[in-house]
Each structure stands twice: as structure tokens, then as C-alpha cells.
Write a protein that binds this ligand. Structure first.
Ligand code: ADP
Ligand code: ADP
Length: 226
């Protein structure tokens, strides 16, 4: 069964800009799908529509067996990781991870279980009492990943999560994201403008240009027929 399904999805912004021209494709349950293309091709718009942060102008978008066109972001079973890891500066790692869950009224034991689990999955266990300012960029981005992880969503949305990191860190965080995907088996949609990142990370890749899907294929197939 498809986990995320676009059926003739179109996005026209208020100023008349057509960002996505009738996209139809499916992302399988557990798949890591990368959306790639140059700046302005519509990647973020597609992702933000899955998150519910942009209205859909036409077509239908489904998550699981539910059409989500009119479902509010908080009622979608997704979590998004942004390129600017906005951590709360005055809170420790543990508090940053726990904050959203507490707001949502999860019980203390459940919050602790999820925070411990995310910290272990991301190698942050020894940093739970650390403040963000005492951490490296890569560690902070891991906390940002952790804040999405504790929500235990059905679908992870990652919008250029490596773009604020230097080349070396980019490589290690990219490897961690791949490992995380293998460990969790959760559906992931990953947006990047970097072709190398797309080819190394994606199980399949959607190639976009000016709001139109050019190709959808595995890295191997795209490599053979660029
Ligand atoms: P990408 O993520 O590939 O860089 P975007 O999805 O951000 O592309 O943008 C796709 C197109 O839609 C671009 O032409 C961009 O300028 C335009 N766009 C994005 N956001 C808005 C907006 N809020 N209002 C009007 N046009 C927008
Ligand atoms: P926090 O911002 O600390 O995560 P909440 O979990 O209460 O706090 O989230 C507030 C709102 O933002 C909710 O509507 C929630 O659905 C949404 N939200 C929070 N984190 C994410 C995320 N990583 N991805 C998508 N939506 C999120």
C-alpha cells in the first residue's frame, strides 16, 4: 500500500506562480524517497503540502488510506525536520526532546521512554543535560532529528536537513539518516538540491524541473540513463 500518494496535485500560489503542475506519484510504506532538482523547482512546496503547511490548489493527497487535503498539520501523522534546527536555547537536550510531548499531554513515563529512545538512536545519550550552545552544528542537527523522532510519526519529512552543515558533518549526518531509516523502517521524504546526496541516500528519486516531474527511478537506473 502506498504511504503517501499524490493524484494530480497542483499548487498555484496567490501571486499566480504555478509551483507544482499536476504531480501524480506514490511513495511506498517504508520507502526513503528523495525529491531533487534546482532551487525553485517545487521540492519544498511538495513537502510542505504533505506537512499541511501549504494548501493544495487541485488534486488529492493521501497519507495511508486517508485523503488529507483538508486535514490540519497537527492531525497528520508526520514530523518535519527543517534546515534551520530551531532548538530552544535555554533548554537542555532532554528538555528540547521532551517539550512537544509534554505539551501534548503525554505521561511522564512515556515522555521519558521516547526521549531515551531517540537519544539512543541518535547517539545523544551522554548529552541529555547539555545546552545547545555547547554543542556542534552536527550535534544540534541530531537533536532536531530527535525532536521529530520522539513524535513517532508514520512519515518523516526532511527539508534540506544538511544544508547548514560543513562538508564533513554533512557526510556523517547523512550516514546517520540512512542508518536511522534502516533501523526504523519509517517512510521518509527527503528534499535536496544536491544530486550526490540524492543518489547516495534515495531508494528512489523524483527529479523535478520547474514544477514538473521529469523522472522517478532508483539511483541505479538514473545513473545508467541520466
Ligand atoms: P524549491 O524547494 O525547489 O526551491 P519551492 O517549492 O520553494 O522550490 O518554490 C517553487 C516555486 O514557487 C518557485 O518559483 C518559488 O519562487 C515559488 N514560491 C514558493 N513559495 C512561494 C510563495 N509563498 N508565494 C509565491 N511563490 C512562491
Ligand atoms: P513542538 O514545537 O515542541 O514540537 P508540539 O509538538 O506541541 O511542540 O507542536 C506544536 C504544533 O507543531 C503541532 O501542531 C504539531 O503538530 C506541530 N509540530 C511540532 N513539531 C513538528 C514537526 N517536527 N513536524 C511537523 N509538525 C510539527
Amino acid at each position: 500500500m502506498a504511504k503517501v500518494r499524490f493524484d494530480g496535485v497542483r499548487k498555484v500560489y496567490d501571486n499566480g506562480q504555478v509551483a507544482v503542475h499536476g504531480a501524480s506519484f506514490e511513495i511506498a510504506d517504508g520507502e526513503l524517497m528523495v525529491l531533487v532538482g534546482p532551487s525553485g523547482c517545487g521540492k519544498s512546496t511538495l513537502l510542505r503540502m504533505v506537512a499541511g503547511l501549504e494548501e493544495i490548489s487541485a488534486g488529492t493527497l493521501s497519507i495511508g488510506d486517508r485523503v488529507v487535503n483538508d486535514v490540519a498539520p497537527k492531525d497528520r501523522d508526520i514530523a518535519m525536520v527543517f534546515q534551520n534546527y530551531a532548538l530552544y536555547p535555554h533548554m537542555t537536550v532532554a528538555e528540547n526532546l521532551a517539550f512537544g510531548l509534554k505539551l501534548r499531554g503525554h505521561e511522564k513515563a512515556e515522555v521519558q521512554r521516547r526521549v531515551q529512545g531517540a537519544a539512543e538512536a541518535l547517539g545523544l545519550t551522554s548529552m541529555l543535560d547539555t545546552l545547545p550552545r555547547a554543542m556542534s552544528g552536527g550535534q544540534r542537527q541530531r537533536v532536531a532529528l530527535g525532536r521529530a523522532l520522539v513524535r513517532e510519526p508514520e512519515v518523516f519529512l526532511l527539508d534540506e536537513p544538511l544544508s547548514n552543515l560543513d562538508a564533513k558533518l554533512r557526510h556523517s549526518v547523512r550516514t546517520e539518516i540512512a542508518q536511522l531509516h534502516r533501523k526504523l523502517g519509517t517512510t521518509m521524504i527527503y528534499v535536496t538540491h544536491d544530486q550526490v546526496e540524492a543518489m547516495t541516500l534515495g531508494q528512489r528519486i523524483v527529479v523535478l524541473s520547474e514544477g514538473v516531474i521529469q523522472q522517478i527511478d532508483t539511483p541505479m537506473a538514473l545513473y545508467d540513463r541520466p
